[in-house]
Design a protein around this ligand. Structure first.
Ligand SMILES: *[C@@H]1O[C@H](CO)[C@@H](O)[C@H](O)[C@H]1NC(C)=O
Ligand SMILES: *[C@@H]1O[C@H](CO)[C@@H](O)[C@H](O)[C@H]1NC(C)=O
Ligand SMILES: *[C@@H]1O[C@H](CO)[C@@H](O)[C@H](O)[C@H]1NC(C)=O
Ligand SMILES: *[C@@H]1O[C@H](CO)[C@@H](O)[C@H](O)[C@H]1NC(C)=O
Ligand SMILES: *[C@@H]1O[C@H](CO)[C@@H](O)[C@H](O)[C@H]1NC(C)=O
Length: 685
């Protein structure tokens, strides 16, 4: 989604019209001072020079291609792609799985080599695609394309090697514009070319063109032996995508539009979440299927898709309200919790993540108080605490840390993260931005709601925080890449940042990602900015649906996505990678199930209700995690989140347990847990 995105413009202009008085006019006025980070890598090697003047992606589906040596694979469904040493390898991976990990091992089927001996670089990118240039080849890596497509820009020979796999045969069809390569590993690949190409077996594991070629070559694995599969690939081989853009189309809708070349219809693949939100009138080829770690991918014909999520309510307060009989208990807890707000604790907390959580915890107390008749006048104390806590970060006057601007990758970093890859959990290398900033934005939204004047005074830095992770503007995008964390094809976010990983990007906490977009939507409410609310709401809905599809391992429901052993052992995924699923966490082993559940629940806010809407599944999760709570080292804070889930179907038991807790998570409180449980809708029957 670079500046060269003509298709998005009308939508963005529409937004900008409602919003123009809030646009910072130039980068010189970015509200945080610039720093020269020593923690970030140098982006210049793997991007075309023309891309370097605009913000670069830091959490994208092709990040491995532009970090360090750029030679780790990325998952461009349905293929793993790796580029190194002037060549590009494609693998149609076979999933391996046991009870603790599901993974796509990279084992190249075909390696396409350039004679140029040039390093690859990104020549353009869009929401759904990236162009990778290697010498005379331009690979159009488009997510969900069953074909790997590349243009040979200058006449040259093409050499395809098959690594450890022998070539059984190379057969030629249709005037040598179609070939089938049969490998000794049993894989059969079809090669289509826009002109005759004379592919010949040169050595046991090498295929070469006998003469020069220029034009377009498309390569696809035959995922099964059905004649129909090959016929479908034949039929749609003439039309290829070169880029793809996503836009938000209002009212929880997303649209994809691919720019295509050639002739005929465009054949793409849809993953299980796509299929839930695609309209029924789209042509779906049910029998045309590829395997993936995200579930079966099926063929869809069309160069634009509309995806429609069910609307979710974005509210400050609980969605269903609380019965008055519960007010006194909540009021008592609020008085106590507000009394313990501790400015000294806050100002001695340097880490942006923990600081943000302390703020958001306090902000919740004010909103809960509003809901129980403005309980006992506690709100002014919360407002005072929030101002004291938030202002130093927005004014740049917090001695222990602060927000700064990194021009190299165009985004916010923390002062402590600007000299360290590990401080603030890697915030300085663009890890976890939406998590940390989500807590700040939540707190700012609440404070701006409670004190309009304060909100107006701090509007510019407040918006800068949102724009860092959810930049949806057409103009002045030089501050930060649009939608830093959100992946429009997977329809959820990645945390990860600028570190190369063998399995691609990852995200652990879906609930903190949901909170980030929910917080942005609330900030839109606080400032009367409908565009901001619309964008935040749509991303909240998508992130929730993706969490339910891929993180929540729901045996009973729609989820037959993972293999049996993994599904039996896990009710939630720990770390979800682009190319792997793990039951461990970054900070805990797989056995610490209370952490694994908690990190998918926190922070408990009104929209949490929509994340855990399936009561049958919630019960399964609680039963699955309960034995872990018996461990002596199981933390009280984590237990609180499990009881919050139990409260969805058993208020009485859950309240009893919550009241016995000796401590709460640093972002949680007794008030918040009581508010949550007492606001659960009464069960029918
Ligand atoms: C690239 O070449 C170097 C040097 O020959 C080699 O060590 C490395 O393994 C190669 N990388 C890949 C991915 O083939
Ligand atoms: C699962 O596979 C991974 C990777 O192959 C291995 O490290 C791990 O020990 C296996 N776990 C179990 C429980 O078998
Ligand atoms: C290819 O380039 C690398 C480094 O740029 C160099 O070390 C190597 O000798 C070159 N190989 C050939 C065949 O030119
Ligand atoms: C599918 O239906 C929508 C309205 O529901 C319509 O806008 C769209 O044009 C239809 N698409 C096709 C391919 O018929
Ligand atoms: C406030 O926090 C500081 C630093 O964590 C701590 O030393 C102090 O005891 C706390 N004050 C109260 C009243 O709890």
């Amino acid at each position: 989604m670079a500046a060269t995105n003509p298709w998005l413009l009308p939508f963005f202009l529409l937004l900008a019209a409602a919003y123009s008085d809030q646009l910072p006019p130039s980068s010189a006025q970015f509200p945080f001072p610039e720093t020269t980070s020593t923690a970030v890598p140098d982006p210049t090697k793997f991007f075309s020079p023309s891309l370097l003047s605009s913000p670069l992606p830091t959490n994208s589906f092709f990040q491995n291609f532009v970090l360090n040596k750029g030679d780790l694979p990325e998952y461009i469904h349905p293929y793993l792609i790796r580029t190194a040493n002037s060549s590009l390898s494609v693998s149609y991976p076979s999933r391996t799985s046991n009870t603790s990990i599901t993974q796509l091992p990279f084992s190249p089927d075909l390696t396409i080599s350039s004679v140029s001996n040039k390093t690859h670089f990104v020549s353009s990118f869009s929401d759904l695609a990236v162009d990778l240039d290697i010498g005379e080849f331009r690979f159009h890596l488009v997510r969900g394309s069953p074909y790997l497509t590349f243009s040979v820009l200058k006449t040259s020979s093409v050499s395809i090697s098959t690594g450890g796999n022998g070539v059984d045969s190379v057969d030629s069809y249709d005037g040598s514009t179609k070939h089938i390569i049969r490998l000794s590993n049993g894989r059969n690949w079809v090669v289509y070319s826009t002109a005759a190409i004379y592919l010949m077996k040169a050595k046991s594991s090498e295929i070469v063109t006998s003469g020069g070629f220029s034009g377009v070559i498309r390569v696809a694995v035959l995922p099964n032996s059905a004649a129909e599969t090959e016929q479908i690939l034949d039929r749609y081989s003439g039309c290829y995508p070169v880029s793809g853009y996503a836009k938000l189309s209002g009212n929880f809708g997303f649209s994809y539009k691919w720019q295509k070349k050639g002739s005929g219809g465009l054949l793409m693949l849809a993953h299980p979440l796509h299929r839930r939100v695609l309209p029924e009138n789209l042509t779906v080829l049910q029998n045309f299927k590829y395997g993936s770690i995200d579930g079966d991918l099926v063929g869809v014909v069309g160069d634009s898709w509309d995806l429609n999520f069910a609307p979710i309510p974005i509210t400050w307060h609980s969605i269903n309200g609380i019965e008055r009989k519960f007010f006194p208990e909540i009021v008592a807890a609020l008085k106590h919790d507000v009394g313990t707000l501790n400015v000294t604790e806050l100002s001695s907390t340097a880490a942006s993540y923990f600081y943000g959580k302390l703020l958001a915890r306090a902000a919740r107390l004010a909103l809960i108080a509003e809901e129980v008749d403005y309980a006992a006048g506690v709100i002014p104390a919360v407002v005072k605490f929030l101002k004291t806590g938030i202002q130093p970060w927005l004014d740049g006057k917090f001695g222990r840390n602060g927000f700064l601007y990194d021009r190299k990758w165009a985004g916010l970093v923390t002062k402590n993260g600007a000299t360290s890859k590990t401080e603030d959990f890697g915030f300085g290398i663009y890890n976890d931005h939406h998590f940390h900033l989500g807590y700040f934005v939540y707190s700012i939204a609440v404070l701006a709601k409670l004190d309009r004047n304060w909100g107006n005074q701090y509007k510019a830095p407040a918006y800068a925080l949102v724009h860092d992770y959810m930049n949806y503007r057409s103009r002045n995008t030089q501050f930060s890449i649009p939608f830093r964390n959100f992946d429009f094809w997977k329809l959820h976010s990645w945390a990860a940042g600028l570190t190369e990983f063998p399995d691609g990007r990852n995200q652990e906490s879906t609930s903190e990602a949901i909170n980030a977009y929910y917080a942005a939507a609330l900030m839109g409410l606080a400032y009367g900015d409908e565009s901001l609310t619309a964008v935040g709401s749509a991303l909240t809905a998508a992130e929730i649906a993706a969490a339910q599809t891929w993180w929540h391992v729901n045996r009973g429901g729609r989820s037959s996505i993972y293999d049996e052993g993994f599904t039996e052992e896990n009710r939630v995924v720990g770390i979800l990678w682009s190319g792997a699923r793990e039951s461990r966490l970054w900070f805990a082993s797989a056995e610490w199930r209370e952490c694994r559940v908690g990190i998918q629940v926190l922070p408990v806010v009104p929209v949490t209700e929509r994340v855990f809407a399936d009561e049958g599944f919630v019960k399964e999760v609680v039963e699955w995690v309960s034995p872990a709570l018996e461990r002596e080292d199981a933390g009280e804070g984590w237990k609180g989140f499990v009881y919050a889930l139990e409260g969805i179907y058993d208020k009485k038991n859950a309240v009893g347990k919550v009241k016995k807790l000796k401590k709460h998570d640093d972002g949680n409180s007794l008030s918040n847990l009581l508010w949550w449980i007492y606001s659960r809708p009464e069960r029918q029957g």
